[in-house]
Design a protein around this ligand. Sequence first.
Ligand SMILES: C[S@@+](CC[C@H](N)C(=O)[O-])C[C@H]1O[C@@H](n2cnc3c(N)ncnc32)[C@H](O)[C@@H]1O
Length: 154
Amino acid sequence: MNIYLKKFIEEKFRKPGKALDLGAGDFFDVACLKQLGWKCEGVDIKTGVDLEKYFLSEKHPFDLVFSNYVIHKLNDKEQFIKTVFDNLKKDSWFFIHTFDKKDKNSKSALTADHLRKILSRQGFKNIKTGVFSYYDNEEGHKHWHKILEATGKK
Ligand SMILES: C[S@@+](CC[C@H](N)C(=O)[O-])C[C@H]1O[C@@H](n2cnc3c(N)ncnc32)[C@H](O)[C@@H]1O
C-alpha cells in the first residue's frame, strides 16, 4: 500500500470508514484498505470510468477520497477536483499524490502552487502541499521521482 496514504489515514482517522480511490490501477490500495476494515470503492478508465468527465459515485458521500498518480494525466484538472469535492462528506479528507513539474522522469506539468489554486478555488480547507524525492525501485524503473502530495478537508 502507498505508505504515505497509510500514515495519513492513521493520523486522521480513529476508525475505518468509507473511501473512494480515483484511478485505482490494479486496485492494490483498495484491497489494502479493505483489509484494514474500510469500505472502499475504486474506479479507473480500465473499469469504465473516465475521470476526464465528472464522476459522482452512487456510494457517495465518502469519508476519504484519494487519487494517486492520475491527476497529472488529465486535461481537465479543475473538473477532476470537483469530482473529488462532490464525492466527499463535509469535513472529510482528500489525499492526492502526483508527480511534480520538476520530476525529470515524468511529463507532469503540475506545481504545488497550481494545485493549491485549483483546490482552494473549489472550496477545500486545511490544504497542505509538499514535494519530496522518492526512489522508484521497481524493475524497469530504478529512478528518482519528485512526488507532489496534497491533502485537505471539504
Ligand atoms: C500510474 S497508475 C496509478 C494507479 C494507482 N492509483 C496507484 O497508485 O498505483 C495511473 C492510473 O490512472 C488511470 N487513468 C489514466 N487516465 C484515466 C482517466 N482518464 N480516467 C480514469 N482513469 C485513468 C490508468 O488507467 C492507471 O490505472
